[in-house]
Design a protein around this ligand. Structure first.
Ligand code: CLF
Ligand code: SF4
Length: 281
């Protein structure tokens, strides 16, 4: 069995050196979400868009295992199974755990990677680690409740919907708890941040500092992709130069991922291959 260090070395997101060598497969088993981000529009049956939240279809855990088996035979150097939506993996915890369990039985040495908004991560972290998840990503777009309240419409926790500042504070507390809990574990953690012009661009350094204090290993600042039909559809895109400037600034605070391709919830292959899972295998 590979160690955490070996798995990280062969992880295309956690190691830029592996981005063109090692492949990952996203298995889209998680359609629901427990929060509402003002930039989110999850589209299914979509073949021609490449961004998080987009997938051609949603799979059951058994279908996900079948897709993994097929990919293992056809995708060179497949190292990582990621669950990254199209909603939040932990808002679909039964499907997420069952998928990991089935694939872990079939291929115990695979690397499991999970991307979440963090609301339920503290609750499920130990079970997920027990199933073999070694790489976690938590998306944190603000650390001040006022900023977060501008980005998230609500957070649903234990059956109750919390709006505005209340929801934002709840989410921030849960993200903080989860990252601090993971600190002492044998896992790697990354904080993804969606950079939103005029909304949180003044706060990215604070987010990086917060993430470092909470024990994260890496930060990935990604530009907002404005999507039609969302409250943030008219927010302008960040230029490449501005993104690089922000990433370099935050790199002084904690290690930055500079090579994210903002991939789909059903992406497969190396990070450069921006294609749908079904079409690719
Ligand atoms: Fe997928 Fe995310 Fe794991 Fe990578 S993606 S769950 S850490 S295996 Fe990678 Fe895609 Fe960027 Fe995500 S390029 S969007 S950072
Ligand atoms: Fe959409 Fe992800 Fe935000 Fe949920 S956490 S609303 S899936 S962007």
């Amino acid at each position: 069995m590979r160690t955490l260090e070996q798995k990280t070395k062969e992880h295309p997101c956690f190691n830029a050196g592996a981005a063109h060598e090692a492949a990952r497969i996203h298995l889209p088993v998680a359609p629901k979400c427990n929060i509402k981000c003002n930039f989110c529009n999850r589209k299914y049956d979509c073949q021609n868009e490449s961004r998080p939240g987009v997938t051609s279809n949603v799979l059951t855990p058994v279908e996900a295992l079948e897709r993994y088996k097929k990919a293992k035979d056809t995708v060179p150097n497949l190292k990582v199974v990621g669950i990254a939506g199209p909603g939040d993996p932990l808002a679909n915890i039964t499907e997420t755990m069952e998928t990991i369990r089935l694939i872990g039985e079939y291929d115990p040495d695979t690397t499991f990677c999970l991307s979440t908004n963090g609301l339920k991560l503290r609750k499920f972290a130990d079970q997920l680690i027990g199933l073999g998840v070694s790489h976690f990503t938590v998306t944190i777009n603000g650390v001040r409740p006022e900023t977060a309240a501008h980005i998230y419409r609500y957070a649903t926790f234990e059956g109750v919907k919390h709006f505005g500042l209340e929801g934002a504070k709840l989410l921030l507390d849960k993200q903080w708890e989860a990252l601090n809990h993971l600190k002492g574990k044998d896992v790697m953690t990354k904080v993804n941040t969606v950079l939103i012009k005029g909304v949180n661009d003044h706060e990215v350094e604070e987010i990086a500092t917060w993430a470092r204090t909470a024990g994260a290993d890496m930060n990935n600042i990604m530009p907002l992709i404005p999507v039609e039909g969302t409250p943030f559809e008219d927010i302008g895109e960040i230029s490449r130069q501005e993104l690089v400037r922000v990433r370099l600034k935050c790199n002084e605070i904690m290690p930055q991922m500079m090579h994210c391709t903002q991939c789909r919830a059903d992406a497969v292959g190396t990070l450069g291959q921006r294609c749908a899972g079904v079409a690719a295998i």
